[in-house]
Ligand binder design. Sequence first.
Ligand SMILES: C[S@@+](CC[C@H](N)C(=O)[O-])C[C@H]1O[C@@H](n2cnc3c(N)ncnc32)[C@H](O)[C@@H]1O
Length: 285
Amino acid sequence: MAWTATATLCCRLIRLRSARRPLPSRARCSAAQSPDAVDKEYADLNLRQLYPDVCIPPFFPLFLAPVLYQSHRSSVSEPTESPEWKEVFEDPLLPLMVDIGCGSGRFLIWLAKNSGQRRNYLGLEIRQKLVERTQFWVNELGLSNVYFMFANATVSFEQIISSYPGPLSLVSILCPDPHFKKRHHKRRVLQPPLVHSITKNLCLGGRVLIQSDVLEVAADMRERFDGYPDNLAHVDCVDKDLHCDNEGWLLDNPMGIRTEREIHAELEGATIYRRMYQKIRDASH
Ligand SMILES: C[S@@+](CC[C@H](N)C(=O)[O-])C[C@H]1O[C@@H](n2cnc3c(N)ncnc32)[C@H](O)[C@@H]1O
């Protein structure tokens, strides 16, 4: 109910804003092409037909983020309980990939269906409606190796992940909300306790993938993981197949599939800045 009211308000604000300031022709073109590009990327999932058409803006304008989150901010300020792992995954001992801020979840569903890895996939997302839709898709597709949770990853990751019975093999934080203003940086999903928890819970050899189309956000995440040189090495040091540019950003997407934000950003001509770390040592050594 609150979400519907918020969505209505937001749609009005979007209309108002676009009426005041027309989009440049290049942006108009990208906006029109973006959904098609996303559908094309995930065509084999055939998801659109499986859910009643609800109005979930794929990428909410950042200036409206406080309005959107306000309705449930209090409910996500406390850590979310971990699920009964044996109820959500067929084999809860498999290595786990966690996607933090998974958005629509198509990226993770695609991996769960197509990657061919014996792995479980967990998406953490703060927008409940997105999680409901994603979990609906998962059930419709009959996948037993992927699960989505409504949670504030910043405060819940440790509680959720420390109880997982298998190894944590991969964590991704892909195109997180940038929160540009300095006084809003504290709202960014990747805060020091989360970095610590990821580093601590990763299994030896486990990896972290970070990426953003906003250089400043990518650099901020990079600085945080670079702060664990005893435990994490950048993958180009341990895997000679992965190459970086002169600034240390990965040249290619190592996942074999792009996220939705990545597709939109690349259509607009943006560069994606990526780093991938591998855990080389536990903290106690
Ligand atoms: C810009 S979108 C990117 C989505 C997806 N990773 C992609 O690349 O397409 C960022 C997502 O992170 C979610 N998010 C923001 N803060 C979060 C938090 N503290 N915990 C979980 N999800 C969060 C937002 O709701 C949004 O869906």
